[in-house]
Design a protein around this ligand. Structure first.
Ligand code: PEP
Ligand code: MG
Length: 567
């Protein structure tokens, strides 16, 4: 985007700024900026020796108070919000931080505030160096620091002030403790300059249902108090829109959201084309939740998430006990099991190597079988045992496949156990040769999260690269299109199980390309189903053709919405 594109001119379309859409929905309200307290000085006069123990005790008491507060907020909430707050509470009393602060106070006489500021600085550098998920937690670390510092200084707890009227909250980035306590009737939209689709802001907004856009480049141009129209589906913010027009848009959006609550599956376009909507799950509990909703089955069972803490490989019996409840949640329906996707942001002690400089491009997914072939054969045995005798289909797919021999070998291993074999399309090499790959396997499922990361050469967890890690990027759409065409030609199913499937507008484009199933967080199924049921297959196909002309992600979104008649 050029500077000219993004200059703010009240009431004109040209003044609209864009970011990465995270939670759809519209909001029209004045802006409230969240201001983070400025960091305290890095140095201060040393504390006399006889006061150092008391100084450390003051730090410990403050850290414990902050942790307690965060934990009590965690106990008053549920799901992702609660988990995220628990993690922040753990940061407040982290043993490594405590040790470093203690040493700085007792040995050097550094005052508690400066000891914590210096220690946090060191940890921030470490987190940034580690990259990926760790780098995403930097905002959390700084937030916890600010809370403990305020507590030591006897100041009020920092955070987002409660607005007096419904407002759209703008921030550089938001920490879990900022977002978790928000009242969705007063904070009716959120936009941040940083943050990615997997950041805590995004996770919490999804749960609270607050329309949200992250990675908005020119946000600082819009001052507090200015009225904006935020469109969380399109990722746009219009300052000073025509008030009447904005009100109509917001009302129409609210009516649409209300209709989603009534939606009943299965998903069919207005001209009767069925689209299989499935859920992404990680264990029996999430599978059961999916079965209580409108899902027709499971399109991605992320098995590795059950083993993140395991130090040794679980036995076949232990694995069967984990897989069976997932199958039991959908006894009559399809369940697609993904074999262990160990490595990169999900390292598993018993499967991965000690250290890799570039783990996203390293030994992850199916590649771990090079050193540990028994891990896959044991897992496939366990899946075969856990699914024996069920009525529903059991499909098994491998993550991070890149070569034809890998696909051929994996398919044989799966077929030997009487199961249906597929691979994920996460590496551009597979999309490019999709037709060849499909001759070896029974189905493919496109993992748009990794496919986008590898196509755009952009870390999917980076809060600075959300513009690149956007599945609407034309190159990503092209690779999906190639894969869907191959599926049509060979008459084999092509699913999508990355986050792209949960975007209602993109879902229609995928259907238009020829994708046969969409798998997503079960909370997104109704929204996607309602959108698919509101358009015809012909419109979806027109949208799939229209996006081919797009120069950038935001243009692809606009072309698709136009073709689908979404205003
Ligand atoms: C993907 O890459 O799109 C995918 C579904 O796998 P994961 O997000 O678990 O890497
Ligand atoms: Mg993946």
């Amino acid at each position: 985007m050029t500077n000219e594109d993004s200059t703010v001119h009240p009431n004109t379309e040209a003044s609209i700024i864009f970011g990465t859409p995270v939670v759809s929905g519209m909001a029209y309200a004045p802006v409230m900026w969240a201001v983070r307290p400025s960091a305290p000085a890095l140095t201060a006069p040393a504390i006399p020796e006889d006061s150092r123990e008391a100084e450390f005790a003051a730090y410990e008491a403050a850290a414990a108070t902050v942790a307690e507060r965060l934990l009590s907020r965690s106990n008053n909430t549920i799901g992702a919000v609660s988990d995220v707050l628990k993690m922040s509470a753990a940061l407040a009393t982290d043993k490594g931080v405590r040790r470093a602060v203690r040493s700085a106070i007792l040995k050097e006489g550094t005052p508690a505030v400066q000891a914590l500021v210096q220690t946090t600085e060191t940890f921030v550098e470490l987190f940034k160096k580690a990259g990926g998920l760790m780098a995403e937690r930097v905002t959390d670390l700084l937030d916890v620091r600010d809370r403990v510092v305020a507590q030591i200084q006897g100041l009020p707890e920092p955070g987002v002030p409660t607005p007096e009227e419904p407002s759209v909250l703008f921030a550089t980035d938001l920490a879990p403790a900022d977002t978790s306590g928000l009242d969705p009737t007063l904070v009716i939209g959120i936009a941040t300059e940083l943050g990615g689709p997997t950041s805590h802001t995004a996770i919490i907004c999804r749960q609270l249902g607050i329309p949200c856009i992250v990675a908005v480049r020119d946000l600082e141009q819009i001052p507090a108090g200015e009225r904006v129209l935020l469109d969380g589906a399109e990722g746009s913010i219009q300052p000073n829109p025509d008030p009447e027009r904005a009100r109509i848009d917001v009302e129409r959006d609210a009516a649409w959201r209300a209709s989603i609550l009534q939606w009943q599956g299965p998903a069919k376009t207005t001209d009767g084309h069925h689209v299989e909507l499935l859920s992404n799950v990680q264990d029996g509990t999430t599978a059961k939740k999916a079965a209580d909703g409108q899902s027709e089955g499971i399109g991605l069972f992320r098995t590795e998430l059950s083993f993140l803490e395991a130090q040794v490989e679980p036995t076949i019996e232990e694995q069967v006990a984990i897989y069976k409840p997932v199958f039991d949640a959908f006894p009559q329906n399809k369940v697609v099991v993904r074999t262990l996707d160990a490595g990169s942001d999900k390292p598993i002690a018993y499967a991965n190597m000690e250290h890799e400089d570039n783990p996203a491009l390293g030994v992850r997914g199916l590649r771990i079988t090079g050193q540990n072939p028994q891990i896959l054969s044991h897992q496939l045995d366990a899946v075969a045992q856990a699914s024996a005798g069920r009525v529903g289909k059991t499909w098994v797919m491998a993550p991070m496949v890149a070569t034809l021999p890998e696909a051929e070998w994996f398919a044989k291993e799966v077929h030997d156990r009487g199961l249906t074999a597929g691979i994920m399309v996460e590496v551009p090499a597979v999309a490019i040769l999709a037709e060849h790959f499909l001759t070896y396997v029974d189905f493919v499922s496109i993992g748009t999260n990794d496919l986008t990361q590898y196509t755009m050469a952009a870390d999917r967890l980076s809060s600075h690269l959300a513009e690149y890690t956007d599945p609407w990027q034309p190159a990503v759409l092209k690779l999906i299109d190639i894969t869907a065409q191959a599926g049509k030609k060979l008459n084999k199913p092509v699913g999508v199980c990355g986050e792209a499937a949960a975007d209602p507008v993109l879902a229609c484009v995928l259907v238009g390309m020829g994708v046969t199933s969409l798998s997503m967080a079960s909370s997104a199924v109704s929204m996607v189903g309602a959108q698919i049921s509101a358009v015809s297959l012909e419109q979806c196909e027109a949208a799939a053709v229209a996006v081919r002309a797009a120069k950038e992600a935001k243009e692809a979104r606009a072309l698709a919405r136009h073709a689908l008649g979404i205003l």
